[in-house]
Design a protein around this ligand. Structure first.
Ligand code: ATP
Length: 354
C-alpha cells in the first residue's frame, strides 16, 4: 500500500522568549498507509498535536518534508504548493477535536452544511448530503437540534459528520474521546472504525489513552519529548515493547499498576524474581506455567493476569513470580522466549517505575 501521509524528518521549534525555544517535534518521520488507523500515543506535552497539525500545515514545520497523497506540500523550510492548492488539500483532511468545536448558534444540520460552503453543491444538494452524513453517524433525527441540546457523544458525532462533509481521504482525531465517558468513548471509537472500513478513510488518532488505540488502531507511534520513541504495528508493539514508556502504556492498565505498586518487591527472596509475560493466543498462559514447572522445575505464582483484545486478536499479559536458582531463571526465560512469549524482568527500576 502506498503512503497517504509521509512525514520525513519533521522538526517544529517554537520561540517562547527572547532567547528560549521549545523543540516540540524533533526529527520525526511517520508514514501512514492508505486505510490505516494510526494511533499517536503519548503523555500531555509529548508533541502529538504539533506533529499531527503539520499534516495539513496548520502547523508548518520548522524543517522537514510533508507529502500527502502523492503531493509534496512542504520541503526543507518552506511550503511548496500555492495557498489555493493547500486549501483544496486541507478540505480532504477532516479533523475532530476534544471539545467538538461546533457552532452553538446554528442547528446540527447547519453545522454540517457550513463545511460545504466551498463545494460545488447547491443548497438543496448540500442539505441532502448533510442529512445523509447525519444518518451515517446515527444522528439523522437530530438535524434540527442545537448543539446545546446534545450529549457529548452526540456532539462528537456531529463533528464527525462535519469532518466528513468534503469526502476526506484522511480524518485526524485529536483527543476526540478525551472528554467522553468510557461507554461513549467506545461508541465513538467503534464509529470511527466503521467509517474507516465503509468509507476507506485513513484515520490518524492522537490520544493519551492506550485503550482507545488498542480498540481501533492497526499501527501506533509512541511519542515522548517531541520524539517518536517507537512505532510499528499495534500487535508488534504490544507483544514486544522496546521502550520503557511503551511498556508503561502497554502494561499500563490501572489494575496491573496498582497490583504491582502494592506488591513490595523487598519481600522477594533471593530465589524469587518478578516477570511480565506477554503472550498471544497461540501460547496460552496456563499450559506455559505448568510447562515451566515440568520442564525447568521452578515454582511459578501468578500476581496479575489480563487478556486484552487487540483488533480481533486476544493478547495476554501476566505478572508472575518465578522461584528458582540463577540457572533455572535463565532456563525459564529461554523456555518462555522459545514459546514466543515476551519476558521482561521487573526490578526496582521496573516497568511501572514512575
Ligand atoms: N504555539 C506554541 N508555542 C509555544 N510552545 C508550544 C506551542 N504549541 C505547543 N507548544 C509546546 O510544545 C510541546 C508539545 O505540545 P503538544 O500540544 O504538541 O503536545 P501534545 O502531546 O499534543 O500534548 P496535549 O495533548 O497536552 O496537547 C509542549 O511543550 C507545548 O507547551
Amino acid at each position: 500500500m502506498a503512503d497517504i501521509i509521509a512525514l520525513d524528518h519533521i522538526n517544529v521549534t517554537f520561540k517562547t522568549g527572547k532567547d528560549t525555544t521549545v523543540k516540540a517535534v524533533q526529527d520525526v518521520s511517520l508514514h501512514v498507509e492508505k486505510g490505516d488507523v494510526y494511533g499517536v500515543v503519548g503523555y500531555s506535552g509529548a508533541g502529538k498535536s504539533t506533529l499531527v497539525r503539520t499534516i495539513n500545515l496548520l502547523q508548518p514545520p520548522t524543517s522537514g518534508r510533508v507529502e500527502i497523497n502523492g503531493t509534496v506540500l512542504f520541503d526543507g523550510d518552506q511550503q511548496v504548493v500555492s495557498n489555493k492548492e493547500l486549501q483544496e488539500k486541507r478540505r480532504k483532511i477532516g479533523m475532530i477535536f476534544q471539545h467538538f468545536n461546533l457552532l452553538d448558534e446554528t442547528t446540527v444540520i447547519e453545522n454540517v452544511t457550513f463545511a460545504l460552503k466551498h463545494s460545488d453543491l447547491d443548497e438543496e444538494a448540500a442539505l441532502k448530503k448533510a442529512q445523509n452524513l447525519l444518518d451515517l453517524v446515527g444522528l439523522g433525527d437530530k438535524a434540527q437540534s442545537y448543539p446545546v441540546q446534545l450529549s457529548g457523544g452526540e456532539k462528537q458525532r456531529v463533528a464527525i459528520a462535519r469532518a466528513l462533509a468534503n469526502d476526506p481521504d484522511i480524518l485526524i482525531s485529536d483527543e476526540a474521546t478525551s472528554a467522553l465517558d468510557p461507554q461513549t468513548t467506545n461508541q465513538i471509537l467503534d464509529l470511527l472504525k466503521d467509517l474507516n472500513e465503509k468509507l476507506a478513510v485513513t484515520i490518524v488518532l492522537i490520544t493519551h489513552e492506550m485503550e482507545a488505540v488498542k480498540r481501533v488502531a492497526n499501527k501506533i507511534a509512541v511519542m515522548e519529548h517531541g520524539v517518536v520513541i517507537e512505532q510499528g504495528s499495534l500487535r508488534e508493539i504490544y507483544l514486544r515493547p522496546q521502550q520503557e514508556l511503551t511498556r508503561q502504556f502497554v502494561g499500563g492498565s490501572l489494575a496491573a499498576m496498582d497490583t504491582l505498586k502494592a506488591y513490595d518487591l523487598e519481600h522477594l527472596s533471593d530465589e524469587e524474581r518478578l516477570y511480565q509475560l506477554v503472550f498471544s493466543s497461540k501460547n496460552v498462559s496456563e499450559s506455559v506455567i505448568q510447562a515451566l514447572y515440568k520442564e525447568v522445575g521452578v515454582d511459578v505464582s501468578m500476581l496479575y493476569g489480563n487478556v486484552e483484545v487487540l483488533g480481533n486478536e486476544p493478547v495476554g499479559t501476566l505478572f508472575v513470580i518465578i522461584k528458582g536458582t540463577t540457572e533455572q531463571h535463565a532456563a525459564s526465560v529461554t523456555y518462555l522466549k522459545d514459546q514466543g512469549i515476551e519476558v521482561t524482568e521487573i526490578d526496582e527500576g521496573g516497568i511501572w517505575h514512575d
